[in-house]
Design a binder for this molecule. Structure first.
Ligand code: PLP
Length: 364
């Protein structure tokens, strides 16, 4: 062993595979593989970003004071208990880093967000998989997986890549069933797509329970994926632990300003939610009509649909056929979903085009 050796748990990590953005031949493509906002970014956020785009020489505010205050004002939270990071991805890594290490266990659902496994293995902890219930989060399976070594439970709600949603009462039951030493992480990357009355109660729990952290992102409905800004909310102690290990300057100056402006763009947020609700329902119904060809839609509250291919045309065949027509969707065999395609709800034209392409593919 002459060369420096990475830790074995690092080499056991399968690198994250991002949604593709190019076709084989470099032809123009319609990218529906990363759950981005098809309406783009609010004009308010674009303006704020432009206004600060030449502020390059100085470090950004390491404490993100204005951003924390804007988030806190928007959600009625204590700004001192808002943590932020290079996307909520970083916040998820901070949680694993603060609470788990070799010998500890972290639980996720069978079809969970790919970053949880990376965050778990990175710190040398062991990933424990709780079985799903027909692709949805099964609270009883999670509770049954808890041991005295469990440190963190990651639950995305709505979940990615399934789109399934766990109701408030079930989230409360999950929290009530966990031992006090287990940190429950409610990843609400898609929460803004829910109708307000469908809130899962996560922020209320995080306000009072010492063992709940909620994470959110500016990458999805706010249309700021390129700027990499996410945040989390938890107890004073949890936030204090995470601050010790975060990158000192995670979020750019222009990005922080754009995020603050994005929170104020109520019309854009509402229009994005409404667009998604309308075209997700339409696309789901169109896929439902292909049921005799073995297509099955998993119920979704997010900005994408997971469609299962249980007939003669496999998900792999459909994925490749879509690619050749310029549509990039997400096929996730590495996450145990070789039988499904996750498709982001795009613009009206993209969604109609995708449905038409799938009809043709299934018809042979
Ligand atoms: C997209 C996504 C995130 C966050 O992404 P960032 O861009 O890093 O903020 C977090 N969790 C889930 C479940 C997601 O789908």
């Amino acid at each position: 062993m002459n060369a420096p050796q990475p830790k074995p748990w690092i080499m056991a990590i399968a690198p994250y595979v991002p949604g593709r953005s190019t076709s084989e031949g470099g032809a123009p493509v319609i990218k529906l593989s990363s759950n981005e906002n098809p309406l783009g970014t609010s004009p308010q956020a674009v303006d704020a970003f432009a206004k600060h785009s030449a502020d390059l020489a100085r470090y950004p505010d390491a404490g993100a004071a204005l951003l924390r205050e804007a988030i806190a004002a928007h959600h009625d939270l204590d700004p001192a208990r808002v943590i932020y990071g290079t996307g909520s991805d970083e916040v998820l890594h901070l949680i694993a880093g603060a609470y788990a290490g070799p010998g500890d266990e972290i639980i996720q659902v069978r079809y969970g967000f790919a970053v949880y496994e990376i965050a778990t293995r990175r710190v040398g902890a062991t990933l424990v998989i709780a079985d799903d219930r027909d692709y949805a989060t099964d609270v009883d399976a999670i509770l049954a997986a808890v041991t005295e070594r469990t440190r963190v439970v990651f639950v995305a709600n709505p979940n990615n890549p399934t789109g399934t949603f766990t109701r408030k009462e079930e989230i409360a039951r999950l929290h009530a069933g966990l031992p006090a030493h287990v940190m429950l992480v409610l990843d609400q990357a898609y929460a803004e797509y829910l109708a307000p009355e469908d809130d899962d109660g996560g922020l209320d729990l995080a306000r009072t329970a010492p063992n709940v952290i909620v994470t959110r992102t500016f990458s999805k409905i706010h249309g700021l994926a390129a700027e990499r800004i996410g945040w989390g909310y938890g107890s004073e102690d949890a936030i204090s632990a995470m601050h010790r290990i975060r990158a000192p300057f995670c979020c750019t100056t222009a990005g922080q300003e754009a995020a603050i402006a994005a929170l104020g763009a109520a019309d854009f947020i509402a229009a994005s939610r409404e667009h998604n609700r309308k075209w997700r329902a339409w696309f789901g119904a169109e896929m439902g009509k292909l049921g005799n060809a073995g297509l099955r839609v998993v119920p979704s509250e997010a900005n994408f649909l997971l469609v299962l291919f249980e007939g003669a045309v496999t998900a792999e065949t459909a994925y490749k056929a879509l690619l050749s027509r310029g549509y990039i969707v997400r096929w996730l065999p590495g996450q145990g979903l070789a039988n499904g395609l996750r498709m982001t709800i795009g613009t009206e034209a993209e969604t109609r085009g995708l449905a038409e392409a799938l009809r043709e593919i299934v018809a042979g």
